[in-house]
Design a protein around this ligand. Structure first.
Ligand code: FES
Length: 168
């Protein structure tokens, strides 16, 4: 009768090789995904998200525009909804501002502080911003609201990345 006995040394060597290989795969997979993902996506570099906002409907009054997109985190894909405050300035140019307060990240609202009308207002610590997103000195935020890149496609607004601006 032949008995195949595994020595203690062999057992350890098999186990460690297995565990090491598993860990290496765990580290390498995200790197491979990271390298390959943008290629698989097609249209890489096109970071604009369509909205249902008709450009002809945009007025000088900031309006909330929600837009959703799929976001991949490691293994999961989830639907994310973001918001922009959108209006046309005196020159008729579209302005799309991020609603994320530059103090501690609460969400700003338009024209909600009765004492300071026509400003963006953050209820968390009474942060305020003028209509162009500039932080009002003496209130907690230390930088203007980020401004979104945008483009117009078939008469509808598309929102791109939010870009930070220098503080007031
Ligand atoms: S988070 Fe907006 S004022 Fe503090």
């Amino acid at each position: 009768m032949s008995k195949h006995r595994v020595t203690r040394r062999q057992f350890l060597s098999y186990t460690l090789t297995g565990v090491g290989g598993f860990m290496a795969a765990g580290m390498l997979m995200p790197m491979v995904r990271f390298a390959v993902d943008p290629l698989l996506k097609g249209g890489a570099g096109d970071n604009f998200v369509p909205t249902d906002k008709k450009v002809s409907d945009i007025t000088s009054e900031p309006t909330r525009v929600d837009f959703s997109f799929k976001q991949k985190d490691a293994w999961y894909e989830s639907e994310v909804t973001n918001t922009a405050w959108v209006y046309k300035n005196e020159k008729g140019e579209i302005v799309a501002l991020s609603p994320i307060c530059k103090h501690l990240g609460c969400t700003v609202d338009w024209n909600k502080d009765k004492e300071h009308p026509n400003q963006f207002f953050c209820p968390c610590h009474y942060g305020r911003y003028t209509k162009d997103g500039t932080n009002v000195p003496g209130t907690p935020p230390t930088a203007p609201l980020d401004v979104y890149e945008y483009r117009i496609k078939d008469g509808y607004l598309q929102i791109g990345k939010a870009k930070p601006r220098k503080g007031a």
